[in-house]
Design a protein around this ligand. Structure first.
Ligand SMILES: [Zn+2]
Length: 411
């Protein structure tokens, strides 16, 4: 029997990027990680670099094929008309080592860049490919542990403070005062490597010493610089991404708190576990602290050079145990359900909803059992009832109703 558009178990794809942790995702998914491979991300969606599978009695089928067989039914006519496909990609991340400094492009830039790289003959999965698809990639993360990240440029006064207090940065202060942030950041990112080394090597060594002597906390840029170099004195070239650690807001989130990363806001994840939700895209422009492809001109062309104060979101309580987060994009919204004891949770899907159980388990509509680490999709127009017997945590990605995303401001 072929599955119908009801509620179906799905299986995602693990990405073994080098910055990933060894145990969180394996424990979540119930996988033995004897070989000690890094488990960085778990993807749920239809992105070509990791398409989920629908599991059914006779085997498995790609979620993308199942959706395109009847998109109006799988997505709802409204969502299909608006986006032409599943608009979001849901992930679980375990950040052990700092990620790259990055920004995400606008949709128009992605469309143009994708075509340009195709014309240049750069393979879709090539190392030096910037644009993996033709979509924008606004993204949000919800912390499921204490989480640290770099998010946007610091306010003006704090930038001036950093540039005047750090001896090595003092020569940059006049440029910043005279020409502003864009000039300063471009200057740093385009500086020749020898000058980068001259400026940063003594600083990095000092920070490593400071961390060892217990003079730093995670609120200090130096703590992350020392961690990046694994507290060993660096040899060879110093990564210019180190500058960004001093210029961006170091932001701490508690479990249950979220932050939205809009187009052009530079950021880098530092440490922790999160749920990440984004438009269905893998377009990342990188500027350092990575062995992945770096493209400084493309990064600079797509960065918003403005100071920001990070906006930490706590969501809106919809009903007992359920918090929903809306964002300033129509592509996705995020639900987080925490039930502390035996409970009944009911709702109805209006568009495609992807769910994952993070803790405990649920019985859906008295028939389907879903446990920790397992995921499912609820197709539009299906009612559901979850029964739980104890502490349970789930997250859900969904497409917000028209204009619901304007509630972002009220989060
Ligand atoms: Zn990002």
């Amino acid at each position: 029997m072929n599955p119908s558009y009801t509620i179906l178990p799905i299986q995602g794809k693990v990405q073994h990027y080098e910055w990933g942790g060894l145990s969180f995702i394996p424990a979540l998914l119930g996988i033995n990680n004897e070989k000690k491979r890094p488990f960085a991300e778990y993807w749920l969606g239809v992105h070509p670099l990791g398409i989920s599978q629908i599991l059914h009695e006779n085997g498995a089928v790609l979620l993308s094929d199942f959706i395109s067989a009847n998109p109006d039914k799988a997505l709802s006519a409204t969502v299909n008309h608006k986006f032409g496909g599943l608009p979001y990609l849901l992930k679980i991340l375990d950040v052990n080592q700092m990620l790259s400094i990055q920004v995400h492009p606008k949709k128009e830039v992605a469309i143009e860049g994708f075509d340009r790289e195709d014309r240049m003959g750069i393979a879709r999965n090539a190392y030096n490919r910037n644009y993996k698809d033709q979509n924008h990639k606004p993204e949000v993360m919800l912390a499921i542990s204490e989480f640290w990240l770099l998010h946007g440029f610091k306010p003006q006064a704090q930038l001036e403070e950093a540039l005047s207090e750090i001896h090595e940065f003092q020569i940059l202060l006049p440029l910043f005062k005279k020409e502003g942030l864009a000039s300063l950041y471009s200057f740093i990112m385009e500086m020749d490597q020898q000058s980068v080394n001259n400026l940063l090597l003594p600083l990095v060594k000092r920070e490593i010493r400071n961390k060892r002597e217990g003079l730093l906390t995670k609120k200090d840029p130096g703590w992350w610089v020392a961690k990046y170099y694994q507290e060993e004195n660096p040899v060879g070239d110093i990564d210019r991404g180190v500058f960004s650690i001093y210029l961006f807001n170091i932001t701490q989130l508690q479990p249950g708190e979220a932050i939205f990363q809009g187009v052009g806001v530079p950021h880098a994840y530092l440490e922790g576990q999160n749920i990440e939700l984004m438009s269905n895209s893998d377009n990342v422009l990188r500027g350092g602290l990575t062995s992945k492809h770096i493209d400084v001109p493309e990064l600079l062309a797509n960065t918003r050079f403005e100071s920001i104060t990070p906006k930490i979101l706590t969501g809106r309580t919809i009903k007992d145990g359920e918090t929903v987060f809306y964002f300033p994009v129509p592509d996705f919204a995020l639900g987080y359900v925490q039930l502390n004891e035996a409970a009944l949770f009911e709702d109805k899907a209006t568009g495609p909803e992807i769910w994952m159980v993070l803790e405990g388990g649920v019985i859906i509509n008295n028939s389907m059992v879903v446990k920790k680490g397992e995921s499912f999709i609820v197709f539009p127009d299906n009612d559901y009832q979850f029964r739980t017997s104890g502490k349970t945590q789930l997250c859900k990605a969904f497409v917000p109703a028209d204009n619901a995303y304007s509630q972002y401001e009220e989060n």
